[in-house]
Design a binder for this molecule. Structure first.
Ligand SMILES: CCCCCOc1ccc(S(N)(=O)=O)cc1
Ligand SMILES: [Zn+2]
Length: 262
């Protein structure tokens, strides 16, 4: 499989990714099902420090498998540290995974429960590596914050994103999106689970320290519908709605999921 001919369809979906990316069958793949009774409270986990004050978002784009908001690569940019992290990790982009309907769409699951969507805030270890591309393949290269989305009341902060989706309907489209503060997308309670894993899309590098928040954020059904009007396809191609762009849970292979709270 040449690069970028993977997808979420019948023939190019997650069950066939191993043909082009053998690491798909590796021993620290993501996402996983988090079995809460088997998580381990780790008192040595310090609180997660989220320093998103100096954010400068640049654009929102449809890359054919999700919709992503990119951040400027600046020394004093938004970073996270603490928790399971030994270094400061800089925010590169955030994106979402969602379903055809509200009862499925998340990548991680909790005791088998799926959520309508899952937000990934992707950070790279700028203390140790020079670029994102270098970090993306290193075992301590990335840290991704996972936030579950469930349907309920409208998410005020998210409306700036959901109202911009119509501008990036087609694969390959990009629009300006300045000054979006990602902090508003985090849940109130920052209790989290953490475990060593991978990218959940090709190239599936085993380079991610996952930090998944227990508390979901609420978004409206209308906001979920706005994600589902995005297309996997380009302007000239047959219309294929972007939905069910999630990988199912992968084997833990003996990995322990640690909890930041007791
Ligand atoms: C060599 C360039 C790799 C670009 C791909 O980067 C990714 C892919 C997946 C994720 S996710 N769903 O695990 O958060 C985060 C970043
Ligand atoms: Zn993702």
């Amino acid at each position: 499989m040449a690069s970028h001919c993977w997808g979420y369809g019948e023939d190019d979906g997650p069950s066939s990714w191993h043909k082009g990316y053998p690491i798909a069958q590796g021993n620290r793949q993501s996402p996983v099902n988090i079995i809460t009774a088997e998580t381990m409270y780790d008192s040595s986990l310090s609180p997660l420090i989220v320093s998103y004050e100096n954010y400068s978002s640049i654009s929102i784009s449809n890359n054919g498998c999700s919709v992503a908001v990119e951040y400027a690569d600046a020394e004093q940019g938004p970073v996270i540290e603490g928790g399971p992290l030994g270094d400061a990790y800089r925010l590169k982009q955030f994106h979402f995974h969602w379903g055809h309907k509200d009862c499925q769409g998340s990548e991680h699951t909790v005791d088998g429960r799926t959520y309508a969507s899952e937000l990934h805030l992707v950070h790279w270890n700028a203390s140790k590596y020079q670029t994102f591309r270098e970090a993306v393949a290193a075992p301590d290269g990335l840290a991704v914050l996972g936030v579950f989305l469930e349907t309920g009341k409208e998410h005020q902060g998210l409306t700036k994103i959901t109202d911009a989706l119509s501008m990036v309907k087609f694969k390959g489209s990009t629009a300006d999106l300045k000054d979006f503060n990602p902090k508003c997308l985090l849940p109130r309670n920052l209790n989290y689970w953490t475990y060593p894993g991978s990218l959940t899309t090709p190239p599936l590098h085993e380079s991610v320290t996952w930090i998944v928040f227990e508390e979901p954020i609420e978004v409206s059904k209308r906001q979920m519908e706005q994600f589902r009007m995005l297309l996997f396809s380009e302007e000239k191609e047959d219309e294929k709605f972007m939905e069910n762009n999630f990988r199912p849970p992968q084997p833990l292979n003996g990995r322990k999921v640690c909890a930041s709270y007791n």
